[in-house]
Design a protein around this ligand. Structure first.
Ligand code: FMN
Length: 198
C-alpha cells in the first residue's frame, strides 16, 4: 500500500476512535445529568413519544423476569390533582402533562419498582422530558389513590412519576424544599475492596 494511503487510513481510524469516545462520554453524561423536574410546561407529550418511553419501561429487567408490574397512565387534569394530594410531597403531579402510577404485584418488589422508575425517568429524559417521583403516603393516602384508580387493595402502590417538558431552565435545577442538592463526595460514597478500606 502506498505510504500516503496508509497515512490516510491511520487518520481515519483515529478520527473514528475520537468520535466513538465523544459518543460514549455523551452517553455517560446523559445518565449523570438526570435530575428531578417538578415544574412543567403546558406542552403535551406527543403520543408516539409517550408510548416509546413506556415501551422502554416495559423492557426493564426484574427479578427472575417476573415483571411484577403494571403502569397506569393518568392524563385527566382533575384526576392528576386528586393524585397530587395522595403524597406529602406529590404536589407536582397536579401540573404534570402525564402521571405514571407504578402498580406492583405486592409491597415486596421495591428493587424492581426502583429499576422501573429509573428506566422510565431516563427514557423520558432521552426525549428532553422531565420527571419526578411522587411517593404516595401515608397508608390512608395509598388506599385513597387505589380507590381513585380502581386498583385492587392487595397491590403495592407507592411510586408515581410526574412527567412533562420542563417549565423553564430553572426547573432543571430545582431541588425540593429543604432537601440538600448535590451529592456526597466520592470519598464518602466509595469503599474499595472492603467496607473499612482505611
Ligand atoms: C424513593 C424516592 C422517593 C422520592 N419521593 C419524592 C417525593 O415524594 N416528592 C418529591 O418531590 N421528590 C421525591 N423524590 C425525589 C428526590 O427528592 C430527589 O431524587 C433527590 O432530592 C435528588 O434530587 P435530583 O433527583 O434532582 O438529583 C424521591 C426520590 C426517591 C429515590
Amino acid at each position: 500500500m502506498p505510504a500516503h494511503n496508509l497515512c490516510m487510513q491511520i487518520q481515519q481510524t483515529e478520527q473514528a476512535q475520537r468520535a466513538q469516545q465523544a459518543q460514549q462520554s455523551d452517553r455517560a453524561q446523559f445518565i449523570r445529568s438526570l435530575r428531578s423536574v417538578r415544574r412543567f410546561a403546558p406542552t403535551p407529550i406527543p403520543d408516539d413519544i409517550l408510548r416509546e418511553v413506556l415501551d422502554i419501561g416495559r423492557w426493564t429487567g426484574s427479578s427472575k423476569n417476573t415483571q411484577p408490574w403494571q403502569v397506569v397512565v393518568v392524563r385527566d387534569r382533575d384526576r392528576l390533582r386528586d393524585l397530587a394530594t395522595c403524597g406529602t410531597f406529590a404536589g407536582h403531579l397536579a401540573g404534570a402533562a402525564v402521571g405514571l402510577v407504578l402498580v406492583m404485584e405486592d409491597d415486596n418488589r421495591r428493587l424492581d419498582e426502583g429499576r422501573l422508575a429509573q428506566n422510565l425517568m431516563l427514557a423520558a429524559w432521552a426525549y428532553g422530558i422531565g420527571t419526578c417521583i411522587g411517593t404516595l403516603q401515608p397508608e390512608a393516602n395509598v388506599e385513597r389513590a387505589k380507590q381513585l384508580l380502581g386498583i385492587p387493595l392487595e397491590r403495592g402502590v407507592r411510586t408515581t412519576l410526574s412527567v412533562g417538558y420542563p417549565a423553564d431552565p430553572q426547573a432543571l435545577r430545582g431541588s425540593a424544599g429543604g432537601v440538600q442538592p448535590g451529592r456526597k463526595p466520592m470519598a464518602d460514597f466509595l469503599r474499595w475492596e472492603t467496607f473499612s478500606d482505611a
